[in-house]
Every structure is written in C-alpha cells, then in structure tokens.
Design a binder for this molecule. Structure first.
Ligand SMILES: [Zn+2]
Length: 125
C-alpha cells in the first residue's frame, strides 16, 4: 500500500514519543489483537488507535473531506476502513479492552497539549 498508510506515521510517533517521555511503557502494533492497535498497554488492557481523519472518516471533521476526483473509489475505500474499525473495536470490547482513539486533528499544535493531557488521564485511570 501507499506510504500514507505505512506503519510509523508521524502522528503516531508523536504520541509514542510523548508517552515514552512521560514514563509510559507500551507495546506497538500488537498483532495478536484485532486491528493491531497502534499502542497497547497489556496489563491495563488499553488499546490506543491513532487515526488519520481522512482514512478513518472522522465525523464532523474538516480534515475528513473526500477528494474531488475518484470520489467513488475513495469513498468505498474509506467506508471499508470504517467497517473494519468498527469490527475491530467490537472484538476488543468483547475481550474486555478499553479503547482510546486519538484523531490526527487532535494532534495539531494548538490542541496537542490538551489531547495529551486527556490521553494520559485515560491511561492512568
Ligand atoms: Zn479529525
């Protein structure tokens, strides 16, 4: 697949770096779990997904607009992603996991601190 979907996307690295810097230790891309969550805290049973707004169709988000060309192709691709996300989420919840989704737009400079504070709070609970 294209580079955009590569494993270590920048937003993900940003979150990992921040968590690591704050003393959190985690696993990444746990293949044993549905959807290979980006960041996993096995003991706490917390799975963190860092989602691109476009690829995962962030609701009411200005970054989730569909491209003007090849509209059908993209909308199909993205709706497949959303379906898969939902399936993975359901499976994780069934296994007793807590799921935290961080959206790419929440990692913009102006809101980053707020997002990270909230994230740390949810993980520390
Ligand atoms: Zn968004």
């Amino acid at each position: 697949m294209s580079r955009i979907l590569s494993k270590d996307t920048k937003p993900e690295l940003l979150v990992r770096k921040f968590l690591f810097g704050n003393g959190f230790r985690y696993r990444i891309h746990d293949k044993k779990l549905p959807g290979k969550p980006d960041i996993v805290f096995p003991k706490k049973k917390i799975a963190v997904f860092i989602h691109g707004c476009f690829w995962h169709s962030h609701q009411n988000c200005k970054y989730a607009v569909s491209p003007k060309s090849n509209t059908e192709y993209w909308s199909k691709k993205i709706s497949n992603n959303v379906t898969r996300d939902r399936k993975n989420t359901d499976e994780l919840l069934e296994k007793g996991w807590k799921i935290i989704t961080v959206w790419e737009c929440e990692l913009k400079r102006s809101v980053l601190n707020q997002t990270m504070t909230a994230l740390i709070k949810s993980i520390s609970l």
